[in-house]
Design a protein around this ligand. Structure first.
Ligand code: PLP
Length: 301
């Protein structure tokens, strides 16, 4: 039984299936209109990290986009446990998605004609920046296309509107970079494809106050800075400040704290992860080993 789920387990339309068998309708507005919200939590050595924070944010995302699948929070939580348990994985990337669904009346444009539904899956751990790249320091491209305005697509609602990020990734790959950072049309740094951005300047840490998801890893970083006595703030970061930073690092569930070494043509420090970034990265993983913010995976769920 377990081996069917080794590559990942999904919950779709009320059933648990191997990840390769999970599917949604081509008529689902989640697909045709990116009309969905999601969240991703990770499991480290058999424990979820900050599960309640992810469930809280997911609830706000659903409310904001008027998505109301039938599952309660307790049921969603139980489904996440079960997905992980089915895979047998100790370290896992666990996603929860609320989808608009397809209209009961073909061609309807009425939101209320769609039955919202909930989907979840657990797959083996993912690093959005591969571990070897994290070790040498990521090379980051500043995208030429601006981030979609916050007033149009609320970046604090975790969503699949990734056109601007994907364009940034095209450019990064075309130019031999590992990933991209996207600025808004006023020249302020926002975030990148799947991560928040931090700069370190004169010993102070700063992360953008706009255009970005309120990352749970970002929250951990800010708390850890407080514990480590490193001044840190959520405040505007201009593009030139990014290029002039002493250090830059990225933060996300799927990878943790990920130092950079280059921004466009600029080499940061000695072309390797900087000392402040590494201190925060170490503290972040130490929290995991200590079991801080941990919820044990229920294996017999
Ligand atoms: N920004 C974007 C666009 C993301 O997709 C993500 C995570 O996937 C993040 C930031 C980081 O958020 P978190 O730390 O909660 O994973």
């Amino acid at each position: 039984m377990q081996s069917r789920f080794q590559g990942g387990a999904a919950f779709v339309r009320g059933a648990f299936v191997p990840i390769a068998e999970a599917s949604i309708s081509p008529l689902d507005w989640a697909f045709t209109r990116s009309d969905a919200v999601y969240d991703v939590v990770h499991v480290f050595e058999d424990g979820f990290y900050r599960l309640a924070d992810h469930l809280d944010r997911f609830a706000v995302s659903m409310r904001t986009r008027r998505l109301a699948p039938p599952e309660s929070r307790a049921q969603i939580e139980a489904i996440l446990h079960r997905c992980v348990a089915l895979t047998g994985l100790s370290d896992s990337y666990v996603a929860m998605v609320a989808l608009r669904g397809r209209p009961r009346i073909p061609g309807s444009r009425k939101i209320e004609d769609c039955d919202n539904h909930f989907m979840a899956y657990a797959v083996p751990w993912i690093d959005v920046i591969p571990k070897d790249v994290q070790a040498r320091g990521a090379h980051l491209w500043i995208a030429t296309k601006p981030r979609v305005p916050d007033a149009s697509v609320d970046p604090t609602v975790k969503n699949y509107q990734w056109s601007d990020f994907t364009s940034g990734l095209f450019e990064a790959q075309d130019n031999g970079f590992d990933s991209a950072i996207v600025c808004d049309d006023a020249g302020f740094v926002t975030e990148g494809p799947g991560f928040n951005v931090f700069i370190v300047k004169d010993g102070q840490v700063r992360t953008p106050d706009r255009g970005s998801l309120h990352g749970i890893t970002r929250k951990s970083v800010l708390e850890l800075c407080g514990m480590l006595g490193i001044p840190a703030a959520i405040a505007p970061v201009r593009r030139d400040e990014l290029e002039d930073a002493d250090e830059v690092f990225l933060a996300t569930t799927a990878g943790g704290v990920m130092p950079a070494a280059r921004i466009n043509g600029t080499i940061l420090g000695n072309d390797r992860p900087g000392p402040v970034s590494l201190r925060i990265k170490d503290a972040y993983w130490q929290q995991h080993r200590d079991g801080t913010h941990r919820t044990d995976v229920i294996r017999d769920a």
